[in-house]
Design a protein around this ligand. Structure first.
Ligand code: ZN
Length: 239
């Protein structure tokens, strides 16, 4: 997964709040502008979003590109508005709780194409892995947190949203297994590092020219032993 940095300029766009965010989940959106590119939507944020001064942390484009617009540790303005009484209390704090992801779409129905879907799945799973989030309970549609018809296609077709969540879960499962495999692998031995117990003496011998600093754990030949003694003797004479 490749993420390109297109951070919004602090002070220029109100989309950079500067307020600290500790993510408790992530909210998926659709841009609502069929065929528009991720960069065009990013620039729309940069220029004040037509007075709405909205923003999101990430925008996933039609070619699967992922643009980062706001750092994850800073609140973005993507889910703050309430569209129904029942969401009022929760939606007040949405921007202080969630990472926002905008997704581009080719048509007016708001369905994500394959490239956008694949990158969105990678991004959401990666966020879930890093913040220990559960796709079942911590990944929301904009609709779920304040009732807006966003992402439109996945509000109109709940089955498709469920299918998307399944993809998030499958990808997270893969990433978790990969991470565990990595943790199980011992770090590659550094051929030029001495054993822990020998660090002090090895560094002393190296700094004083008694050994040449290579192959710390290899056996020494008789001529190498002679060279070490010779070097040590030279050191004593110097002192
Ligand atoms: Zn939205």
């Amino acid at each position: 997964m490749q993420i390109e940095d297109y951070l919004l300029t602090p002070g220029v766009s109100h989309g950079r709040s500067g307020r600290a965010l500790t993510s408790l989940g992530t909210v998926v959106h659709y841009v609502g502008n069929p065929g528009s590119s991720a960069l065009a939507n990013r620039n729309w944020f940069e220029n004040g979003s037509g007075g709405a001064n909205s923003s999101a942390h990430y925008i996933v484009g039609l070619n699967g590109e992922i643009l980062r617009c706001v750092p994850e540790n800073e609140c973005a303005a993507h889910a703050g508005k309430s569209y129904g009484a029942e969401w009022t209390e929760m939606s007040k704090t949405n921007n202080s709780r969630f990472i926002g992801i905008e997704s581009c779409h080719p048509g007016a129905d708001g369905k994500f194409n394959e490239q956008t879907t694949n990158s969105l799945v990678e991004l959401v799973a990666d966020i879930c892995l890093r913040y220990k989030l559960n796709p079942d309970t911590d990944v929301y549609r904009h609709y779920d947190v304040c009732g807006k018809s966003c992402p439109l296609y996945y509000v109109n077709n709940p089955v498709e949203w469920t299918a998307l969540k399944t993809k998030f879960k499958e990808k997270l499962h893969q990433l978790t297994i990969a991470q565990e495999a990595k943790l199980d692998t011992p770090p590659a031995a550094d051929d030029n590092a001495p054993s822990n117990w020998a660090v002090e003496s090895w560094n002393w011998a190296k700094q004083n020219g008694v050994v040449d600093g290579t192959r710390p754990t290899a056996a020494a030949t008789r001529e190498e032993c002679a060279a070490i003694l010779f070097n040590f003797n030279t050191l004593l004479k110097k002192e």
